[in-house]
Design a protein around this ligand. Structure first.
Ligand SMILES: *[C@@H]1O[C@H](CO)[C@@H](O)[C@H](O)[C@H]1NC(C)=O
Ligand SMILES: *[C@@H]1O[C@H](CO)[C@@H](O)[C@H](O)[C@H]1NC(C)=O
Ligand SMILES: *[C@@H]1O[C@H](CO)[C@@H](O)[C@H](O)[C@H]1NC(C)=O
Length: 316
């Protein structure tokens, strides 16, 4: 689904559409296919449901791989007792030095809040977990979960609100995922050895099947045929004089001021764990944790900065 716009006017128009969230969504089968446990898939019109029971979970994968762009889907998580279950939604490349961007929704007992764990793997190395609760009950309605990925940043979005940014800090010698095409995946499985309250609460199979529902699949990204080499992919998916991808526009290279404020709000009110500040695990702070969006906010808005001062807002 590569988009090649040559005219700035057209580009502005389409960026406008994206911002308004009007990018058209596709049927599940246009973009994805079941990865495992076909018999745990339920198709109901535009809805797809994945089922976890004591025989199996289920998972699906995109038919193509992509390098840069935006991927979204709307998910409604397991209602009622979801303790022990994990619903994951992620992008990943393959191989021992793979890159991966994860949303993992950790279930809970009835009435207790889901946790959203995010992680970023670069060249096979993860250990960059963040955990947060959400400002709504993700089991009651569909909400959109997106990944925006370009040469400058990876942004995790919930209903278009940024909840995490992984910034390109190659200038500090930190590798950034920009060479490997990634597939898009989702699955539901039993993880009661760790998911809920650190593994204390086990899956209650008398409440199975556990069902996660999906709709509104959108992929607006540079598509990479499997047969194509890494070099060719990098060339195809980089903006150049002849073609300009919307995600390479200057406005996409960092969060807008409004988005920066949203991220500050999310982190202040909903973040419950951040590897950046876990000194037991990382006595030496990860280098990427040292960055803050305060300086950016300060640059743009001297007045409001004082209110944010003192609040550490790592970008990692
Ligand atoms: C489940 O609920 C408990 C109690 O409210 C909370 O401490 C925990 O963070 C919640 N989420 C998970 C995944 O354990
Ligand atoms: C799965 O759960 C059902 C209902 O609780 C039970 O009857 C069945 O024996 C279980 N199957 C397996 C393989 O554990
Ligand atoms: C983090 O930033 C502080 C202040 O800018 C600097 O003194 C320190 O060396 C930095 N640490 C790392 C690990 O980059």
């Amino acid at each position: 689904m590569a988009v090649l716009f040559k005219m700035p006017v057209l580009l502005g128009f389409f960026v406008g559409l994206m911002v308004l969230g009007l990018a058209s969504s596709a049927e599940f089968h246009e973009l994805f296919q079941p990865g495992w446990a076909n018999d745990h898939f339920i198709y109901e019109g535009e809805l797809l449901k994945l089922k976890l029971d004591n025989f199996s979970g289920a998972g699906f994968a995109s038919k193509s791989r992509y390098l840069f762009g935006k991927v979204s889907m709307q998910i409604k998580l397991v209602e009622g007792d979801s303790a022990g279950t994990v619903t994951a939604y992620y992008m990943s490349s393959e191989g021992p030095y793979h890159n991966e961007f994860d949303f993992e929704f950790l279930g809970n007992t009835t009435g207790e809040p889901y946790l959203l764990q995010t992680n970023v793997y670069v060249n096979g190395v993860g250990n960059r977990e963040q955990r947060m609760n959400l400002w709504f009950d993700p089991t009651k309605d569909f909400h959109s979960y997106s990944l925006l990925w370009n040469q400058r940043q990876v942004v995790f979005l919930v209903d278009e609100t940024p909840i995490r940014v992984h910034t390109n800090m190659e200038h500090k010698g930190i590798p950034f995922p920009k060479d490997q095409a990634m597939g898009v995946y989702s699955s539901i499985w039993n993880a009661d050895d760790w998911a809920t309250q650190g593994g204390l609460v086990k899956t209650d199979w008398s409440h199975a099947p556990f069902v996660a529902s999906y709709k509104g699949f959108e992929i607006d990204a540079c598509e990479c045929p499997v047969s194509v080499t890494t070099d060719e992919i990098a060339k195809k998916c980089s903006s150049s004089a002849e073609k300009r991808f919307w995600w390479d526009e200057p406005t996409m290279s960092e969060l807008s001021l409004h988005q920066s404020h949203q991220l500050v709000w999310v982190r202040a009110n909903h973040l419950v764990y951040d590897y950046c500040t876990d000194t037991a695990r990382f006595p030496v702070k990860p280098v990427e944790s040292n960055q803050s969006i305060e300086s950016r906010i300060r640059k743009e808005e001297m007045g409001g900065y004082m209110a944010l001062k003192g609040m550490h807002v790592g970008q990692c």
